[in-house]
Design a protein around this ligand. Structure first.
Ligand code: GN1
Ligand code: MG
Length: 364
């Protein structure tokens, strides 16, 4: 994609001024993201939506519109200041109300850039507490969303489906990678825990576990922080959909409580940080007390184990399929990510008794 093409795409949206520069931004594994500047001194985020991952872009954008409208109204009603930095704002096209552009088979959208915000790949205990509080409030704000959201990726966090996808990948062995003893061993280890890890789906079928509107991609790098360390907002709303609260709680701790990044090849650096867990949990429990059920609460330690497990399954599935889903930087990248998440899974599992004890020590 040339700079001129990117400029002309950005210029189709109702932004202020004339686009002067477009440069790559961020580290997402799915969409392509760029920062756009205009001669009116405004900055925007241009994204190419990965249409192979999100087949129904119109549904996706209408989910996001419903969610951002609802949050904006809640913030206004609460008398919040600086609202444009606390919720994303997507721009329509110059010549229509649509918030995405289809050009040459590719989908594009533009949102206002949130100035003076920071993203991190790791967090300290204070940030973690603030994130727990912010996610709890995010879920609470969306609890009375009038629209029913569609699933932008059907069964996105359904562990039974993810296990089935791994089973299919193993059977097809499209890239010949099942010949590697390490891959075979990982697959066996994963399936040995399958029943235990598919517990959420069973509880849901038994009517014990509700679905609520969740963000479903709460990794640390999808949050914007203000200069004082408080959380401004969550970004990357593509996967906001009905799910178990485990999604937001567990996926945040998957990245935040890992003592290193999700693709660190040095496994001695992978570990579970209890301090981060406790801080996040304290913030989250405080903000969700009004709606969290006893079953949801008592299964939060399970949620902490579920997300590294599910991510290991997803990375390994992609590796076995020949790297068709996640962006990779080198051929073994998905295998390295799998090893990392598998180690993290084992660390979280060992920490379940302590996590449970900590949760029980918090006021009901
Ligand atoms: C993807 O969009 P991005 O890069 O924030 C993925 C998440 C994974 C994450 C792993 C739509 O998130 O589910 O947890 O990578 N998003 C999708 O880093 O599959
Ligand atoms: Mg994402």
């Amino acid at each position: 994609m040339t700079q001129a093409e990117l400029l002309s795409i950005a210029q189709c949206f109702a932004l202020e001024g004339k686009v002067t520069a477009v440069a790559p931004l961020g580290s997402g594994l799915i969409n392509d993201t760029f920062k756009v500047e205009t001669d009116a001194g405004r900055r925007y985020v241009l994204q190419r939506i990965n249409n192979a991952v999100f087949p129904d872009v119109a549904l996706l954008q209408s989910n996001i519109a419903a969610v951002t409208r609802h949050i904006r109204a809640k913030l206004e009603a609460a008398g919040e200041c600086d609202i444009d930095r606390k919720v994303l704002r997507f721009l329509p096209l110059r010549d229509s109300d649509a918030t995405f552009l289809l050009r040459d088979g590719k989908y594009w959208r533009v949102s206002a850039f949130i100035e003076d915000s920071f993203t991190f790949d790791t967090v300290d205990a204070l940030h973690s507490y603030q994130a727990g509080d912010a996610f709890g409030r995010f879920e609470a704000m969306l609890a009375d969303l009038p629209e029913t959201l569609g699933e932008t990726i059907p069964d996105f966090h359904n562990m039974e489906l993810r296990a089935r996808q791994l089973r299919d990948a193993v059977a097809a062995d499209r890239a010949g990678r099942m010949a590697l003893p390490e891959v075979k061993a990982l697959v066996e280890d994963i399936f040995a825990c399958e029943e235990e890890m598919c517990k959420a789906e069973r509880m849901h079928r038994e009517g014990k576990l509700p679905k609520r509107v969740c963000h479903c991609d709460t990794k640390v790098s999808n949050m914007l922080f203000d200069a004082d360390g408080s959380v401004l907002c969550v970004i990357d709303l593509d996967t906001v959909m009905p799910s178990f609260v485990f999604s937001d709680y567990g996926d945040f701790l998957r990245t935040a409580a890992n003592t290193t990044v999700e693709d660190d090849p040095d496994l001695s650096k992978v570990g579970f940080n209890r301090e981060i867990f406790e801080a996040f949990t304290k913030g989250y429990i405080g903000a969700t007390r009004s709606f969290l059920t006893a079953v949801e609460r008592e299964n939060l330690p399970y949620a902490v184990t579920l997300f590294p497990y599910m991510q290991a399954v997803r990375f390994l599935t992609d590796y076995i399929n020949g790297d068709t889903y996640y962006k990779i930087k080198y051929p073994e990248h998905n295998l390295v990510r799998t090893r990392n998440q598998w180690k993290l899974f084992r660390c979280t599992r060992a920490a379940v008794p302590e996590m449970t004890a900590y949760l029980n020590s918090l006021p009901l």
